[in-house]
Design a protein around this ligand. Structure first.
Ligand SMILES: Cc1ncc(COP(=O)(O)O)c(C=O)c1O
Length: 347
């Protein structure tokens, strides 16, 4: 890439080793349960998050939707953080497809306070939708890659138990969370009934996510996956890359975190940029250009002309996501480009 690509870690390309593994993958019809490579991926993935069973799904969005469908009946209520991906970026599937009512609770940079969740869960009343599930996002995308610590995960679990709710984790970036917390992913996932994580983000697989939980939960979710048209046939071609993602690509996420930190610290030095460094905990860096008096889309367009791609959080917020295609030299180049754009607009 001759530009610095920081719009998302979903833009990472499969490694050469992944392509090679895909070429030679043993395959069968996975709807019949006969694809050996998919089975191997699912066993590996379940073990990684300490769950009995796992299922390969085409996307994180489908994994989350299947979790909602499997935990809830139509008309039930799900408690979610108000800026979470399931609510914000998944096309309303939780209501349109799963028939579930969202009950939103504002977190602090995406991190839920257990007391706020307790307050949001209403006692039984004939007028109310039945609260059935609590969903947590760790790391939290719109929060800026922020991490929910283990004691908070445990406290949220207790609130759910006290109120008879199941718990789902949107752990699209669970390995980033684990790295930031200095724990194994299963220490995060042990507080939830189901977890979705993505192979296709920082881990660089071309396609796919995992939904994991109890054997019974995954059996039911598998049927729902078929209903949504997500039953894949010789999917071992894709699963082969997913195996490498889990076995070989997790540890290197530390580089993305270090680069995110350098980028955040550098941005904090540039006049015109506002950044809350306390939110730079993993591979996502959020910053703001309000003081320059221009809107985020214009800033992003000018930055793109300098060879640096980021996404916008209008009106004045921007987001950069570190990934394996951006090294420390790339961070320096990006900082130079930001400084150039800022210098044009400083008043
Ligand atoms: C927190 C979170 N959950 C779920 C998803 C959805 O994943 P996918 O793009 O594979 O549908 C994303 C994607 O960026 C995400 O950031």
């Amino acid at each position: 890439m001759d530009f610095i690509e920081m719009r998302s870690d979903t833009l990472t390309l499969p490694t050469g080793e992944m392509r090679e593994a895909m070429r030679w993958a043993d395959v069968g019809d996975d709807v019949y349960g006969e694809d050996p490579t998919v089975k191997r991926l699912e066993e590996l993935a379940a073990g990684k998050v300490g769950k009995e069973a796992a299922m390969f799904v085409p996307s994180g969005t489908m994994g989350n939707l299947l979790a909602v469908m499997t935990h809830c009946r139509r008309g039930d209520e799900i408690v979610l953080e108000s800026d979470c991906h399931i609510y914000y970026y998944e096309v309303g599937g939780l209501s349109a497809v799963a028939g579930v009512v969202p009950r939103l609770v504002s977190g602090r940079n995406g991190v839920l306070d257990p007391d706020d969740v307790t307050a949001a869960i209403r006692e039984e009343n004939i007028h109310y939708a039945q609260a059935a599930c609590l969903s947590i996002e760790n790391t939290h995308n719109r929060g800026g890659g922020t991490v929910t610590p283990i004691p908070a995960m445990a406290a949220l679990r207790r609130v759910a138990d006290e109120n008879g709710l199941t718990v789902h984790l949107d752990g699209a970036r669970i390995f980033n969370a684990a790295l930031a917390l200095g724990v194994e992913a299963q220490e995060i996932a042990e507080h939830v009934d189901s977890v979705m994580f993505c192979l296709s983000k920082g881990l660089s697989a071309p396609v796919g996510s995992i939904l994991a939980g109890s054997a019974e939960f995954i059996r039911a979710a598998r049927k729902n996956r078929k209903m949504l048209g997500g039953g894949m046939r010789q999917a071992g071609v894709l699963a082969a890359a997913g195996i490498i993602a889990i076995e070989k690509m997790v540890d290197r996420l530390a580089d993305d975190h270090a680069n995110a930190r350098s980028l955040g610290l550098g941005l904090a030095e540039i006049p015109g940029i506002a950044i809350d460094l306390s939110t730079v905990q993993t591979n996502i860096v959020g910053f703001d250009v309000l003081a320059l008096g221009i809107r985020a889309p214009r800033f992003a367009a000018e930055l793109a002309r300098e060879g640096v791609r980021v996404t916008t959080r209008p009106p004045s917020g921007l987001r950069a996501v570190l990934n394996r295609h951006v090294d420390s030299a790339g961070v320096e180049r990006a900082l130079g480009a930001v400084a150039t754009v800022c210098s044009r607009h400083r008043r």
